[in-house]
Design a protein around this ligand. Structure first.
Ligand SMILES: *Cc1c(COP(=O)(O)O)cnc(C)c1O
Length: 377
């Protein structure tokens, strides 16, 4: 596999090579069935086994209690921006939902929710502030939970635990009871940091993630939702996206994305073999530290995210002399370091360093950055 380039794509993104090898071996004949998983009935014994093992592994990795339902669904995280309010906005009759807006993705979630009810911003990082004595530009920090203006009768509070574009991660999920808002369930868009570090799911009501960042191929959307939140869907909610109906049918209300669930299941098994989420967190700390430390000691590259909120998964960085960006990206591509172009809204570069990307890849990137600086600095 030495001819594989290092893939820093934000999503769809790199998968563990062992997972790809298993999928290749099993492509024509899954476990003596004589069939590809793609060809199996979703209601047959074999696929039911694949799906229930994937669910059991995901539950174990996330540390989910039986209070939660796990749904393998479709429509992506952007679909969930509508599906969440369709399911939860009617929960208590007030038709209100509060949003923390901390970057592009959570802003999109808030905007979509306005189509279904009274969706308000409870806190935003859209202005420059000074934090811990550091000056922070807009969208480079995360609002302190003590400042969140959450309405007592909000049907839910939504935040994004990792802004994939801005590179801002919020990992200290607060205990809402301690904030005096224990009745407001929390909804988390965890698309780009799910399974990257231990998280306390007992503090939230639900989380969702498109699989293609850190959990598998595009096509399956992971939803974990506390069962007491089921059964409040608005009448206009499509049945296929009504969490209660999907949970009742064990994610088989309609045909689920069977092959994507199978590959996600291989990723979950791989993660368990690596020692689970706590072990992968240690690698993610080492990888992100290597890159941030290099950027910080250099006067040539810069990452502007407040140190407490720097994402371990997505590292945006700029050249101080931005006129060198095109040359950087071109030469990085020639060095087999791919997909480093930053999102168009922030420019510069972005290295997405998800679970499946080894330390060796980040080392190769840092070596290249050092060399580029020598030649152009
Ligand atoms: C990628 C991403 C999305 C959009 O996901 P889709 O699967 O394309 O709908 C939403 N939120 C976050 C945090 C993301 O990283």
């Amino acid at each position: 596999m030495s001819n594989r380039p290092w893939n820093f794509s934000a999503g769809p993104s790199v998968l563990p090579v062992e997972v790809l090898q298993t999928a290749a071996q099993e492509m024509l004949d899954w476990h003596g069935s004589g069939m590809s998983v793609m060809e199996m009935s979703h209601r047959g014994k074999q696929f039911m086994q694949i799906c229930s093992e994937a669910e059991a592994d995901l539950r174990s990795l996330l540390g989910l209690s039986d209070e939660f339902a796990v749904l393998f669904t479709t429509g992506g995280a952007i679909g969930q921006n509508a599906i969440v309010p369709l399911n939860l906005m009617g929960r208590n009759g007030a038709g209100k939902a509060d949003y923390i807006v901390s970057g592009s993705w959570s802003k999109k979630s808030w905007q979509e929710a306005q189509r279904y009810g009274d969706a308000q911003v409870a806190a935003s990082s859209g202005q420059a502030v000074e934090l811990d004595g550091q000056a922070c530009e807009a969208w480079t920090w995360f609002p302190d939970p003590a400042t969140w203006n959450v309405r007592a009768d909000a049907a839910y509070l939504h935040y994004c635990s990792n802004e994939t574009i801005g590179g801002v991660e919020f990992a200290d999920w607060p205990d809402m009871a301690q904030l005096g808002k224990g009745d407001v369930p929390v909804v988390v868009d965890a698309s780009s940091n799910i399974l990257s570090r231990p998280m306390d799911y007992s503090r939230i009501g639900m989380a969702y993630a498109g699989a293609q960042k850190n959990a598998g191929p595009a096509g399956v959307t992971l939803v974990v939702v506390r069962r007491d939140l089921l059964g409040h869907a608005l009448p206009i909610c499509p049945s296929a996206f009504d969490y209660a109906q999907v949970a009742q049918a064990g994610s088989m209300y309609n045909t689920p994305p069977t092959y994507a669930i199978y590959v996600a299941g291989l990723v979950f098994r791989w993660l368990r073999e690596q020692g689970g989420v706590a072990a992968i967190e240690q690698r993610n700390i080492a990888k992100s530290k290597l890159l941030y430390d290099f950027i910080d000691q250099s006067g040539f590259y810069v990452n502007r995210v407040h140190s407490r909120f720097r994402s371990r998964m997505n590292v945006p960085f700029q050249l101080v002399d931005e006129s060198l960006t095109d040359a950087f990206l071109k030469q990085a591509g020639e060095a087999q370091l791919l997909q480093l172009k930053g999102h168009k809204s922030v420019g510069g570069m972005r290295a997405s360093i998800y679970n499946a990307l080894p330390l060796q890849a980040v080392q190769a990137l840092v070596d290249f950055m050092r060399d580029f600086e020598k030649r152009h600095g």
